[in-house]
Design a protein around this ligand. Sequence first.
Ligand code: SAM
Length: 201
Amino acid sequence: MHERTLVDVDRLRSEVQEHYAEVAYDPHGEFHFHTGRRATDRLGYGPELLEGFTEPCVEAFAGVANPFSWGLPAPGERVIDIGSGGGLDALVAARAVAPGGQVVGVDMTPAMLERARRNAAAAGIDNVEFHQGFAEELPVPDGWADVVISNGVLNLVPDKVAAYEEIMRALRPGGRIQIADVCVEVEVPEEARRDIDLWKG
Ligand SMILES: C[S@@+](CC[C@H](N)C(=O)[O-])C[C@H]1O[C@@H](n2cnc3c(N)ncnc32)[C@H](O)[C@@H]1O
């Protein structure tokens, strides 16, 4: 166990992977969060972001807010999407950075990566790659990214300091962070921080 975390990181990762594989395989199942169009509608993803994406591209979306509410990345920019899930935000970013830009989606759950790659192929988007990896070890060189986006992921990462250090390593000087996530404004009791069911939930 890492000294900055109170949970068994391998066990947490494996349970989170199991949970999000269910979302990838059966996005219309019962979850404690909204998925797909229901979620994108609630979070203000308008036609300017979603136009032309077919249902399979949208249905496994499980974000908690809209990282593009701060604006879209510009043509030519390089973007990392941490915890890219079914790939919707990465696809939105990939369209925005064309021509000349590139997007790397990173996720630890193989079922989500498969879905994201299928969605990119179906949408005919070829300036995005999806890699298996962890938020705490991004598969890009130092200073590679102009923009880091993420949606609903860092709350699932036990060592947030490591994740933010990694974001700062991956970003070029002056790069931007557009992160949508769940925040708490009060100290979380130690007992709750040790409870893997609460991390997942
Ligand atoms: C709530 S879903 C959000 C997916 C996507 N961002 C979206 O908006 O649809 C969380 C995703 O984060 C991934 N994830 C959780 N912890 C991670 C970590 N430490 N490193 C990489 N991916 C992680 C999960 O596999 C899952 O696909």
